[in-house]
Design a protein around this ligand. Structure first.
Ligand code: ATP
Ligand code: MG
Length: 272
């Protein structure tokens, strides 16, 4: 990481781009542990810290909405039988898991499985939405902050290979996040550091140097298992390479649906 670039920032904005849900948090350089999150994502009833990772494009294939807004709009379109020319994408992060052939030409299917778009465009539109949302919220509260004052972080599963990481960087770049202002952070490392720095549930034990522990992040798409040791200077050593796989919540859902298919027949469930 370039010293000059990172030391010029006023604040850090971190995006957790999940398979099923996404959100962001930020903190200022002078008070890094005072972390602000956006907890105003609204599903119509409840407020939440994250919004669904889904994207709706209009019939001209232009961005319409992201998150709960996209879900609710698409639901309404389906109810009115007006959805046929719209494109709804979700769960596309799993495309980056162990995909050796990943490149700018890689495509992703919409929810119907019938239409495709370039994955790089779907990822970058999503990142752009989150970044714009963050920047707008920030400007409501603080005036005079420029894009150049912000260091960006995007979290990624520890089990991703370099292809996935590189693709995320390309998507962020296409969303106008300056490559020099972007750090990719491993999700379990971020969780680990969070537990150390912020005493959640008075887990002060995690401050002990030499301590070894396992972080298991069971997400919507992936299960990420990492073993860490805290060093004397507070840094982390990864004791063993991250392991895990595509075993997140969406696969539990899928298996349950398969079970219903077996029980009642595919036609019945599909009609239902
Ligand atoms: N109480 C619960 N019990 C079981 N599963 C739950 C519960 N609450 C949420 N989930 C599941 O957890 C998943 C969401 O977890 P999370 O937000 O950590 O995933 P993600 O960040 O979107 O995915 P990933 O990190 O794999 O990319 C969803 O699949 C959801 O169905
Ligand atoms: Mg996650």
């Amino acid at each position: 990481m370039n010293e000059v670039e990172t030391s010029s920032h006023l604040l850090v904005a971190a995006f957790d781009f999940g398979t099923t849900f996404s959100g962001y948090a930020y903190s200022f350089r002078d008070k890094p542990l005072q972390i602000y999150t956006n907890n105003t994502w609204n599903d119509g009833t409840y407020l939440s810290l994250k919004t669904p990772t889904c994207l709706l494009l209009d019939p001209e294939e232009k961005f319409h909405s992201f998150g709960y807004e996209a879900e609710n709009k698409y639901k309404k379109l389906v109810e009115d039988d007006e959805h046929h020319s719209w494109l709804f994408f979700r769960r596309f992060k799993m495309l980056l898991h162990k995909n050796k052939k990943l490149n700018k030409q890689t495509t992703v299917k919409d929810i119907t499985g019938k239409r495709r778009m370039f994955a790089i465009d779907i990822f970058s539109m999503s990142i752009r939405y989150l970044r714009d949302h963050f920047f707008l919220e920030l400007q409501k509260q603080y005036s005079g902050i420029e894009q150049t004052d912000i260091q960006y972080v995007i979290t990624i599963p520890a089990i991703w290979d370099d292809n996935g990481k590189q693709f995320m960087r390309m998507a962020a770049l296409q969303a106008d996040i300056d490559d020099k202002k972007l750090t990719l952070a491993l999700e379990p490392e971020a969780a680990s550091i969070c537990c150390q720095k912020i005493s959640v549930d008075s887990k002060d034990k995690t401050n002990m140097s030499g301590l070894q522990y396992i972080v298991i992040d069971i997400g919507g798409g992936t299960v990420d298992i990492t073993a860490h040791q805290i060093n004397d200077n507070g840094t982390l050593t990864e004791l063993y390479k991250a392991s895990g796989g595509p075993w997140g919540g969406i696969y539990v859902d899928q298996n349950f649906l398969n079970f219903l298919d077996d029980l009642f027949g595919e036609q019945v469930i599909s009609f239902f």
